[in-house]
Design a protein around this ligand. Structure first.
Ligand SMILES: [Zn+2]
Ligand SMILES: [Zn+2]
Length: 149
């Protein structure tokens, strides 16, 4: 079986990114970095192994800013459209992209992360991690509800 290929673009279309296969992790991030960067109370993410992500066009338009040196945020320099978090491969094995970019990708969130920093409660049955699951380098600690009382 061959992996499905999904292509996604920024707001203006100058940057096109291709991902191979289903994301390894999908969910919602409540961290303050995501909130401040995206100007939304919660952000959806999908993560692929670094080798499964490539630029079809527009890599030269990728702009990066790292308030937190571990998580450089990337956007299209032409339109400002958000793309994701582009970390060095030796720092983090995945690329986190905005699933909104990929119109054909079925988005199937499986978790909420960084609920300990959250400001909105989302009432669903997904696990709500205080930071992140162990498989993503977190403590794996779950919260009964969030934001924390
Ligand atoms: Zn653009
Ligand atoms: Zn976040």
């Amino acid at each position: 079986m061959t992996d499905a290929i999904y292509q996604g673009s920024c707001f203006c279309g100058a940057v096109c990114i291709e991902v191979r296969g289903a994301p390894i992790f999908s969910g919602y991030c409540h961290c303050q970095d995501c909130r401040d960067w995206s100007a939304t109370p919660v952000s959806a993410f999908a993560m692929w192994p670094q080798d499964a992500v490539s630029f079809v066009r527009g890599k030269e338009e990728l702009a990066l800013f790292a308030r937190n040196p571990q998580t450089p945020r990337g956007w299209c320099a032409r339109c400002g459209g958000h793309l994701g978090a582009f970390r060095d491969k030796d720092v983090f094995p995945f690329v986190a992209l905005g699933p909104h970019m990929f119109p054909d990708l079925p988005f199937t969130p499986t978790m909420h992360v960084f609920c300990g920093e959250g400001v909105v409660a989302i009432d669903d049955d997904l696990p709500k991690y205080r930071d992140a699951p162990g498989s993503l380098g977190g403590s794996g600690e779950l919260m009964a509800g969030h934001p924390a009382p």
